[in-house]
Design a protein around this ligand. Structure first.
Ligand code: DGL
Length: 265
């Protein structure tokens, strides 16, 4: 019975390819797990949607995961962690791992990080979820959140001909003025832009939360005795529109052998 639970898949979701930054780290620390990655290409960008819209979208994706009988779901998406998680967390048989809530706990373990910048989508910044979660774990921390609405479309559409300096520094400079000890890349798409960001600020200033997140999930599955350590591991991909575009864009981070299966929401 216990081993059957271990063998069940882990659902991972985001609006498109961004969550692959998290999946990559999950594969690094838990290579024997079976993953179902859902890229909701139909509904991106999530950052422009309302809380109500996002709750309805996540419900549809969770219904898909429920049918697949997963043992856990990773919200590899800051925006839905900020807006939909609290509403949905107790309504499913599987445990849900939300990105912001999990990572905030880990980041403030280092008490010297008393000034933290966050770059995220508009919906995440409007929710002030990073500020409340970081302060919950360390009331002394000062947080500055900056929305970067132009960045997700650049990554998802692989736009190359944009005015890099103004698009990057237009958001980054206001965070740098706050003089943060670290800047959390609070949207899973943003690590794709790290090679641009490091032209304007030191690389060690940025936190890509994916690795902290993946390690936390591994420890939790281990504690719950449902960590899969003895299968060969697998990943199946699903997209809610244009699987070919998803496959092409996914290359930025992970090579995908087969076309994702189209799942219409
Ligand atoms: N990558 C997601 C996040 O971490 C959502 C980005 C979007 O679709 O706007 O917030």
């Amino acid at each position: 019975m216990e081993s059957a639970e271990k063998d069940k898949a882990i659902g991972v979701m985001d609006s498109g390819v961004g969550g692959l930054t998290v999946l990559k780290q999950l594969l690094n620390v838990m290579p024997s797990e079976n993953y179902l990655y859902f890229g909701d290409t139909k509904n991106l960008p999530y950052g422009e949607k309302t809380k109500e819209q996002l709750i309805e979208i996540v419900k549809e994706i969770f219904a898909f995961f429920e049918k697949q009988n997963v043992k856990a779901v990773v919200l590899a998406c800051n925006t839905t962690s900020a807006t939909a998680y609290e509403e949905l967390k107790d309504k499913y048989s599987f445990k849900i791992y939300p990105l912001i809530q999990t990572v905030s706990k880990c980041v403030v373990l280092d008490k010297s990080l008393d000034r933290i910048g966050v770059m995220a989508t508009e919906a995440t910044v409007n929710s002030k979820k990073y500020t409340s979660e970081l302060k919950k774990n360390n009331p002394a921390v000062e947080v500055f959140e900056q929305a970067c609405p132009k960045w997700v479309p650049i990554v998802e559409n692989q736009i190359k001909d944009y005015d890099e300096k103004s698009v990057i520094t237009g958001y980054l400079n206001s965070v740098l003025e706050f003089n943060p000890k670290k800047i959390i890349l609070g949207c899973t798409h943003y690590p794709y832009l790290l090679d641009k960001l490091v032209k304007y600020a030191p690389e060690d200033l940025f936190i890509n939360p994916a690795s902290l997140f993946a390690n936390y999930i591994k420890q939790d599955l281990l504690k719950r005795n449902i960590l899969n350590t003895d299968s060969s591991g697998s990943v199946s991909y699903f997209a809610s529109s244009e699987p070919d575009v998803f496959k092409k864009n996914a290359k930025l981070f992970l090579e995908i052998d087969s076309l994702p299966e189209l799942v219409e929401l």
